[in-house]
Design a protein around this ligand. Structure first.
Ligand SMILES: *[C@@H]1O[C@H](CO)[C@@H](O)[C@H](O)[C@H]1NC(C)=O
Ligand SMILES: *[C@@H]1O[C@H](CO)[C@@H](O)[C@H](O)[C@H]1NC(C)=O
Ligand SMILES: *[C@@H]1O[C@H](CO)[C@@H](O)[C@H](O)[C@H]1NC(C)=O
Ligand SMILES: *[C@@H]1O[C@H](CO)[C@@H](O)[C@H](O)[C@H]1NC(C)=O
Length: 284
């Protein structure tokens, strides 16, 4: 578990590339994962943010603090990203840096003491013990309410088995119809799925084949959206579903089983020893 937290403290941002034929830009669309774990909830660090705060508080890591943090002492820092002015500034910075879209992590929201009424969200705590935020979608909400949100697009990084829940699926569709939702290949909404392995496949659809059916039904929900002639909303194109994992052969095999469109690696070669170890492991 210690290693798990260490990992997430180190790897906060990962670049994802997806070519876009729809717009005639010369460069591939560049996306960045948003791991929104920098917030206070009811005046306390939200459970995931508790760990990011603890990791970055020692002085030797202060150079990695985000621009909105305050150094209180050599061993203590404070921040709360859940503010409109901060999100507005982040969008302007991201635009300036040439980022085309953000992929928002979709952690479940939990009640106090890590309780949840959803089997899928309960299962996620097996993957990531103590990752039970109260308000994990604060970043997405601040983005959606920002006056600058036309400057950068967004998509979702679906996590674990919760994307198999029809209620969550319906909430994704509400977001996928927005003009800022990132699309590829002539308007197909882009979606990533991460942390979906045998255990999640079993819970989702009693195995890989059943899970494929679950995601195919989700695709159909997107395509059929607003499909009646009295409804002026437009159906979506078939979602472009990307499976993300740590090892190429594994993710290839699983993406085939799920009928997904593409694969993605969570890690890319980087500078630190810790990351190099992850890369070597992922290429094994
Ligand atoms: C850090 O500062 C905050 C605000 O002053 C305080 O509540 C908290 O106890 C401090 N934490 C540590 C570990 O010193
Ligand atoms: C968690 O549950 C325990 C036992 O039910 C209780 O004593 C404690 O106050 C709870 N903590 C929070 C943060 O709700
Ligand atoms: C589960 O909890 C959420 C949020 O606490 C609530 O909106 C939802 O209605 C609950 N669902 C059930 C089936 O109780
Ligand atoms: C966002 O996506 C839409 C549709 O895919 C595209 O037309 C628009 O140019 C994109 N905006 C940015 C800032 O890349």
């Amino acid at each position: 578990m210690a290693r798990f937290f260490q990992f997430f403290c180190l790897i906060l941002f990962v670049l994802i590339f997806a070519t876009s034929s729809a717009n005639k830009k010369a460069h591939p669309s560049v996306g960045v994962i948003r791991w929104d774990a920098w917030n206070l909830f009811d005046g306390q660090y939200d459970p995931i943010s508790f760990y990011s705060h603890r990791c970055l508080s020692p002085e030797k890591f202060h150079y990695r603090l985000p621009f909105f943090a305050t150094v209180l002492s050599p061993t203590n820092t404070s921040y709360n990203e859940d503010m409109q002015s901060i999100m507005d500034q982040e969008i302007l910075y991201a635009k300036h840096a040439g980022i085309d879209y953000w992929a928002f992590d979709t952690y479940c929201a939990y009640r106090p003491n890590c309780t949840t009424n959803t089997t899928f969200c309960a299962e996620y705590l097996q993957i990531a013990p103590h990752y039970c935020p109260r308000n994990p979608a604060y970043g997405l909400h601040q983005y959606l309410s920002s006056q600058y949100n036309s400057l950068i697009n967004f998509t979702l990084l679906l996590l674990g088995s919760s994307p198999c829940d029809p209620t969550f699926q319906a909430s994704y569709l509400e977001l996928m119809v927005l003009p800022q939702f990132q699309t590829v290949f002539g308007g197909r909404p882009l979606l990533y799925l991460f942390q979906f392995t045998e255990v999640e496949a079993k819970l989702c659809g009693a195995g890989w084949s059943g899970s494929r059916d679950v995601f195919n039904r989700f695709r159909q929900m997107a395509i059929n959206r607003g499909g009646t002639c009295l409804d002026f909303s437009i159906g979506l194109k078939n979602p472009y579903m990307v499976l993300m994992d740590f090892k190429v052969p594994t993710v290839q095999a699983h993406a085939n089983l799920l009928g997904f469109d593409a694969i993605s690696m969570y890690t890319l070669p980087g500078g630190t020893t810790e990351v190099s170890i992850l890369i070597r492991n992922s290429l094994d």
